[in-house]
Design a binder for this molecule. Structure first.
Ligand code: ADP
Length: 334
């Protein structure tokens, strides 16, 4: 398991649940999204109607699931959770939609991975609070319309660009989640430290935040590794030096680049002379799916100014060469 992978697995989910902010006022950072969402929710409460459907897009680990739970909590509504890959057949979705209660919030994670027939059923449900249940097969098949309770769909996707336009258009509000600033991650860390009863000085929080890849999930994970290290080797004391020693031990580099980030950049620099190179060629070179490279590694590398996406392909920036202590070929930057 990669220490800085943005995905959560196994036991981590349990700890995450404990660290999740429960209300919008506890949610740190993403000021614009918070304000927009707060307006949508307050006006829905004023009108006593379920709010418009909400789409959240952005890289993993930034708080999309947390926000979906907060939306339900703020509305005082029950929450149903599923995911795109779980909705293989239209019937899977129909079973959920037909049992929603009035005003319920339905959260579909990875909504871009939903099967086509389910997607089409969802259009009608989102717009008219109705599903057509198809009975029978072939020419004798009939569609029986069924009313469903008014609900709010909250969809999350790492790739808003992949959503078909008819689906995207049915969301009244799209929240674009971006990587967190270092100072925001420090606040996430202080909050988690308090909940975990860890004594975290400001300097140590700064050190961990800087290596967290702009991602709260990673910040929380690094905090736990620093705590382990400090419990075993430093009698529970955490200082900047101890945090830094712990993270070096776990091979998290000073910019928080993980193994995949480093693999992508070194392939780009060493095998392709800094690019431009196409996404799929680059993905083959690092032995990953193009989607993983595009969704997991690239957004952070772009934000750090290490990689650029151009019409001709992926290109390493001057900063990328410097980061790896390499010298760009003559004329690479004009
Ligand atoms: P996503 O669904 O985008 O992958 P999650 O909502 O599961 O991300 O968030 C991952 C973890 O990060 C959660 O455990 C949560 O505690 C923490 N987290 C995310 N956003 C915030 C935030 N704004 N403030 C505090 N903690 C956060």
């Amino acid at each position: 398991r990669e220490l800085v992978s943005p995905d959560a697995e196994g036991d981590e989910r349990v700890i995450e649940a404990a660290l999740r902010p429960k209300r919008l006022s506890e949610f740190i950072g993403q000021a614009r999204v918070r304000e927009q969402l707060s307006l949508v929710l307050q006006s829905a409460l004023l009108r006593a109607r379920p709010p418009d459907h909400v789409l959240m897009s952005g890289p993993p680990g930034l708080g999309k699931t947390t926000l979906a739970m907060i939306i339900a909590a703020e509305l005082g509504a029950p929450l149903r959770v599923t995911s795109g890959p779980a909705l293989e057949r239209a019937g899977d979705l129909a079973a959920i939609l037909s049992t929603l209660s009035d005003g319920e919030v339905l959260f579909i994670d990875e909504i871009h991975r939903m099967a086509r027939p389910a997607e089409e059923m969802l259009y009608l449900a989102m717009e008219d609070f109705r599903v057509d249940i198809v009975v029978g097969k072939g020419p004798g098949a009939t569609a029986i319309p069924l009313d469903i309770a008014p609900f709010t769909l909250v969809g999350a996707t790492t790739r808003a660009g992949l959503l078909p336009a008819p689906l995207r258009d049915r969301f009244g509000f799209t929240a674009h989640m971006d990587f967190y600033e270092r100072e925001e991650l420090e606040r996430v860390l202080w909050r988690s430290a308090r909940l975990l009863s860890v004594d975290l000085p400001g300097e140590a929080a700064e050190e961990i935040a800087g290596r967290s890849r702009g991602t709260p999930r990673i910040a929380n994970r690094l905090l736990r590794r620093v705590r382990d290290f400090s419990d075993v080797r430093a009698e529970g004391l955490i200082t900047r030096e101890i945090a830094s020693a712990a993270l070096n031990l776990y091979e998290v580099d000073a910019e928080g680049l993980d193994r995949l980030d480093r693999a992508v950049l070194t392939a780009l620099l060493r095998r392709f002379g800094g690019g431009p190179v196409g996404l799929s060629t680059l993905a083959v070179a690092v032995g990953e799916e193009p989607e993983t490279v595009e969704v997991v590694a690239e957004p952070f590398l772009v934000r750090q100014g290490l990689l650029a996406r151009t019409p001709r392909g992926r290109v390493a920036t001057a900063a990328a060469w410097t980061h790896f202590g390499l010298v760009p070929p003559p004329g690479a930057f004009g």
